[in-house]
Write a protein that binds this ligand. Structure first.
Ligand code: ADP
Ligand code: MG
Length: 616
């Protein structure tokens, strides 16, 4: 048999290694930033075009490279950072594999200019697909500039795999922030397509966090410090009342390196136990210092995972020091999240004068007779227009059974709604052909059975179709706000908002001003109340950020779904008969009636036949 085994040529090996190191433009940014920091850069500037697909350029004022090093650094396993395997256990630098530059040069057009402080002239070197194209002396400032163009130009499959510019830019901003947060003492800036996204001066940690996440962040931060034999902790956690709906602002750094650790994350969450609303994530920026010998960074090629020697002890120390801080800064005891939010005064009533309550006794009150609720009248749900065409879908349903208000006399269901009127605004139209079960389902009769409708899903579907229509066909009217609403956002969020601004305006939002970390809103969609705006937008941004890659949904679709979800009546909300009927009518006027925007069933039917079988 012939010998078949041979060594791969270098450029092929490099391309393969690149598959591990460089997943997307953001990975290049991370590697280049880390090199600049290792080189002692104090001012690091990043330029990006088209989310890094056409250009990524990182300039530092670090120690630069000699002529030979400039050539060497693109070789695989070329590193100045370790000499022996033992060095791995006392790493003080970010890089050590000597793989990044070789990998990047294998899959892009790379141009590097570099000059060490003690030389007059620098070196300019051009490499394309691992081939050195040219190398010559050049005039350049002290430090290094690396320019990476046309990433994946020779691997079309990888290039096609890249996501939209929005998504890729998000990844870039994420990496940039992680590095910038780990090194507040270094000046960083980031420009995209010529516009400045971040300009971060050298500062202390708190100031760095505020510069990245916006002015309002400052008052939300609670400092955490702890010094023990095995770990030093410092940094900040966000006050619980500012906890976010997405995991956006959660950062662990171990020895100034960003890491992900579900285990330690759990420790933080445990410290917040009882202080957070459902599904809220606390913000944290925590910096752990441990002996490099006690960790193994080398277990993951992109180095965001880490193994600690004594995880269990770290968990306990972390949790108790955060608990301590929350207690010390008096954050914990004043909060009462168990309060029933349905008892909150709806916004439109908050400015109404106080009226003395009157006791009214309804002589016809009969607790066993079904009556619609009246408590629900706050801003969440305004009448959706029924277009009337639903009747055709609904034929056969309107029958004498339906008309008879007594047809539910036999049915037992919770009647906790009849406990008096909270507000004087409810409308009763008398004709009770629907009723609510558990404040969750709307039940109505069919000619030959029952229809049980999930109120939240039904309303989501109605609003979703309405929003889609508004955005794509005709814009919606908006309600003008008496006083403009000022909302704070982080730089990323502002970027995203800018991008979807037009669509949002079609739904009824009016933005009067965009700054670097806030927006001013003067009009909102008619379906929501002012107090809901902040939560709705926050949820929307989080949904857009977590856009399922490649699922083929357009931004408009995600936007409509998210807003619909946020605006729709929640389960647990009482609906008066009028609102119930409105939902039923509007639902059957929809193009799709049986599935929610998230593809969940909206209603089930229970036919007389099925009932008959149950009684056999
Ligand atoms: P590693 O960072 O793991 O050593 P890299 O491929 O990222 O591997 O870099 C190879 C070497 O090139 C580094 O060890 C360093 O000596 C040199 N180098 C890379 N970037 C810079 C820079 N911005 N300034 C000075 N030297 C650099
Ligand atoms: Mg490196």
């Amino acid at each position: 048999m012939n010998d078949v085994i041979h060594l791969l040529p270098d450029h092929v090996a490099n391309q393969i290694a690149a598959g591990e190191v460089v997943q997307r433009p953001a990975s290049v940014i991370k590697e280049l930033l880390e090199n600049s920091i290792d080189a002692g850069g104090q001012n690091i500037k990043v330029l990006v075009k088209e989310a890094g697909k056409t250009l990524i350029q990182v300039t530092d004022d670090g120690k630069g490279m000699s002529l030979t090093d400039a050539r060497m650094c693109f070789e695989r396993h070329a590193t100045s950072k370790i000499n022996t395997a033992e060095d791995l256990f006392s790493l003080k630098t970010k890089g050590f594999r000597g793989e990044a530059l070789a990998s990047i040069a294998a899959i892009a057009h790379v141009e590097m200019k570099t000059r060490p402080g003690d030389e007059e002239l620098g070196t300019c070197i051009k490499i394309e697909g691992s081939e050195v194209v040219s190398q010559e002396p050049c005039v350049t400032p002290e430090g290094t500039t690396i320019c990476v163009k046309n990433l994946f130009y020779n691997i079309p499959a990888r290039r096609n795999f890249l996501k939209s510019d929005t998504v890729e830019l998000r990844h870039i901003i994420d990496e940039f922030q992680r590095v910038a947060l780990a090194h507040p003492g270094i000046q960083f800036s980031l420009f995209h397509n010529g516009s400045e996204l971040f300009q971060l001066p050298e500062s202390n940690l708190r100031q760095r966090i505020v510069n990245i996440f916006g002015g309002k962040t400052n008052e939300k931060l609670v400092p955490v410090t702890e010094e023990t034999d095995i770990i030093g902790i410092n940094g900040f956690v966000g006050k619980p009342e500012f906890a976010k709906k997405s995991r956006g602002e959660q950062f662990f750094f171990v020895n100034d390196r960003f890491i992900k650790s579900p285990y330690l994350n759990h420790a933080v969450t445990a410290a917040f136990e009882g202080l957070l609303k459902d599904k809220a994530y606390p913000s944290y920026f925590l910096y752990l210092q441990v002996d490099p010998k006690s960790i193994d960074i080398n277990i993951h090629p992109t180095k965001t995972q880490i193994k600690f020697d004594d995880e269990h002890a770290l968990y306990t120390i972390l949790r108790s020091s955060i608990k301590h801080s929350l207690g010390q800064f008096n954050v914990a005891p004043v909060l009462d999240f168990d309060r029933d939010s349905t008892l909150d005064t709806p916004y439109e009533f908050s400015r109404k004068g106080v009226t003395t309550p009157k006791i009214e006794v309804d002589p016809n009150f009969n607790p066993f007779k079904s009556e619609g609720s009246s408590g629900y009248s706050s801003g969440g749900y305004r009448k959706a227009n029924s277009t009337g065409s639903w009747e055709s879908l609904y034929t056969g349903l309107e029958s004498e059974d339906l008309k008879s208000p007594d047809s539910f006399e036999q049915v037992e269901f919770e009647s906790d709604e009849v406990t008096g009127k909270l507000f004087d605004k409810s409308e009763h139209d008398g004709g009770g052909t629907t009723f609510q079960l558990n404040k969750k389902y709307i039940v109505t009769t069919l000619k030959s059975g029952l229809l049980v409708i999930d109120q939240h899903r039904a309303h989501s579907r109605i609003l979703y179709e309405e929003l889609l229509k508004n955005i794509t066909v005709s814009s919606a009217v908006s309600q003008q706000l008496l006083f403009p609403l000022q909302l704070q956002f982080s730089t990323n969020e502002i970027e995203l908002l800018r991008e979807i601004k037009e669509s949002l305006e079609q739904t009824g939002f009016i933005f009067s001003e965009f700054t670097k970390d806030s927006v001013e809103i003067t009009g909102i969609p008619t379906q929501i109340s002012e107090s809901e705006v902040a939560i709705l937008l926050e949820q929307l941004l989080s949904d857009l950020e977590n856009e399922v890659p490649g699922a083929g949904f357009s931004q408009v679709d995600i936007l409509s779904k998210s807003l619909a979800k946020g605006m729709a009546v929640k389960s647990g909300t009482s609906l008066n008969p009028h609102d119930q009927q409105n939902i039923v009518n509007s639902l059957f006027a929809c193009k799709e009636t049986s599935l929610s925007p998230y593809n969940k069933p909206i209603f089930i039917t229970l036919t007389v036949d099925e009932l008959d079988k149950k009684f056999m």
